[in-house]
Design a protein around this ligand. Structure first.
Ligand SMILES: [Zn+2]
Length: 178
């Protein structure tokens, strides 16, 4: 998911980068058979993934990993399967601080903080995605660490705290340097 910025076919936007992804997502999104089985309006997602990683793969810079694992010092992959077959949360830790990047565990800040049980049709497995969102929100509220998610409004980073049956989101403040 969200691979569009990697670059076009044969033209990597980050030629020095190594692209990492859970093997389950690689096996699914890069499979011609899965693409053929998918509904017409979903086929484009498969093509986008294939085109995005092609240049990295041919340069030996596409390296899938299996499940929760340490990727580099300070960055850990944590499986949160559901939205996609290999959906992964990335945990960044440095000097006692923690940032958790939740990817697509939520799609609408306006709806899913207040009611995390609302799912989206794009989830490969609604039930698993819902369980992962609830666990992630509960832990983020309890531990108070910073988290980010792809569909949050700018700056897409903040903290949450429990509120009623759901949560309230407190985005980090930001300013324009002068
Ligand atoms: Zn998304």
């Amino acid at each position: 998911d969200h691979v569009g910025g990697l670059g076009a076919l044969n033209k990597p936007a980050f030629p020095n980068a190594v692209v990492r992804v859970d093997k389950r997502d690689a096996d699914y999104w890069l499979s011609k058979q899965e693409q053929e089985k998918a509904p017409a309006d979903a086929k484009g997602f498969f093509q986008g993934a294939m085109d995005s990683v092609a240049a990295y793969a041919s340069a030996g810079k596409f390296k899938p990993f299996e499940g929760s694992t340490q990727l580099v010092p300070g960055v850990r992959a944590s499986s949160s399967y559901g939205h996609t077959p290999g959906h992964t949360t990335y945990v960044v830790e440095s000097k006692g601080q923690k940032l958790v990047l939740m990817g697509d565990l939520l799609h609408s800040a306006e709806v899913q903080f207040e009611d995390p049980t609302v799912t989206i049709a794009f989830d490969t497995d609604n039930k698993a995605a819902l369980a992962q969102r609830q666990a992630a929100f509960a832990e983020a509220a309890k531990q108070g660490y910073l988290f980010g998610a792809a569909h949050l409004p700018f700056p897409a980073l903040g903290h949450i705290r429990a509120h009623g049956k759901g949560y309230e989101f407190y985005p980090v403040t930001y300013s324009i340097p002068r």
